[in-house]
Design a protein around this ligand. Structure first.
Ligand SMILES: Nc1ncnc2c1ncn2[C@@H]1O[C@H](COP(=O)(O)OP(=O)(O)O)[C@@H](O)[C@H]1O
Ligand SMILES: [Mg+2]
Length: 291
């Protein structure tokens, strides 16, 4: 894997949605210290030597990276390169038949092999997640307001307070008041994805993982949802792992990018540097294909 110096902690001249990405307030992230090289000081998530195997062999091979508090990191790579499996391993949601080895720690706490009870406490509270297909992640038979409220009550908010808070949170992602009483099928794809983002951020998680959250949406709607993701994590100081095959999306949301190929990380660095001057042939081809 190539290590780059980390000349800047923000996105300099890269185009990004207006107003969506003011700098995250991180007074201790001085530019030349390279966040990913000082994990012991401000690391939130540390993935070390993560491998994921099944009977036929290795699907993810010795992947290591860090995400600092409040940092927004993109994970790119062609379809099948191991992005989703990496995210699933972090969340303790690997499909049956796959085994993970190595280490995944969140604030120093080992997640790999942790008991399911502990992981389900973490999911939705410390780890928020948004996937590509919002319909399958929502309960079709439950009103939206109740689903958001449940995300809060499961993690300790009083029922009465949760209903009010759910309405506030839905309003914050620009959904009209009537949304709370609607069922998932009554909403558009973009609205459903706003609901999932609301649920994912409801408990102010330390880390939000988004896996291709806008891939199924129209381009204009994609931009709105991306703005909301960026705004949501910025407002809360949440760290972000954003998975996509779309390099333009990475440029608009992330500060740093990891490039995954055939289950390995082949390059990482500040988004602007990697996209404008990729060191690895594979990254260069991804960038060229996106132009
Ligand atoms: N449950 C599974 N069993 C066996 N192989 C799997 C399973 N899930 C994913 N894979 C394989 O692992 C590789 C990485 O998959 P994935 O992480 O979903 O890729 P990406 O998200 O980058 O498109 C692919 O070759 C895929 O076919
Ligand atoms: Mg995937």
């Amino acid at each position: 894997m190539t290590e780059r110096a980390c000349p800047e902690g923000h996105l300099g001249g890269v185009e990004r949605p207006e107003g969506a990405l003011g700098g995250v307030d991180r007074p201790d992230s001085s530019p030349d210290q390279g966040l990913h090289r000082e994990p012991e000081r401000d690391g939130l998530l540390a993935v070390d030597g993560l491998s994921i195997t099944h009977d036929d062999g290795e699907l993810v091979d010795d992947v290591s990276f860090r995400i600092a508090q409040g940092e927004r990191v993109g994970l790119i790579g062609a379809s099948g390169s191991g992005k989703s499996l990496t995210a699933s391993a972090i969340m303790g949601l690997l499909p049956d038949g796959l085994a993970a080895s190595g280490s995944v720690t969140l604030r120093g706490r080992q997640l790999l092999g942790a008991p399911e009870r502990e992981l389900s406490r973490l999911r939705g509270k410390d780890l928020g997640m948004v996937f590509q297909e919002p319909m399958t992640a929502l309960n079709p038979a439950m009103r939206i307001g109740r689903q958001v409220a449940e995300a809060l009550t499961i993690h300790g908010t009083a029922r009465r307070r949760a209903a009010d808070r759910a309405r506030e949170l839905l309003d914050r992602v620009g959904l009209p008041e009537r949304t709370a009483r609607a069922y998932p099928h009554e909403l558009s794809g973009g609205q459903r994805q706003r609901v999932l983002l609301t649920i994912a951020l409801a408990n102010d998680p330390a880390l939000l993982i988004c896996d291709e959250p806008t891939t199924a949406l129209d381009v204009t709607v994609q931009a709105q949802v991306l703005d909301l993701v960026a705004e949501g994590v910025r407002d809360r100081g949440t760290s972000l792992l954003f998975i996509t095959h779309d390099l333009a999306v990475i440029a608009s949301v992330c500060e740093r990018v990891l490039v995954c190929r055939d289950g390995r990380l082949v390059e990482e660095g500040p988004v602007r540097a990697v996209l404008s001057d990729p060191e690895h042939d594979y990254t260069r081809r991804l960038v060229e294909a996106a132009l």
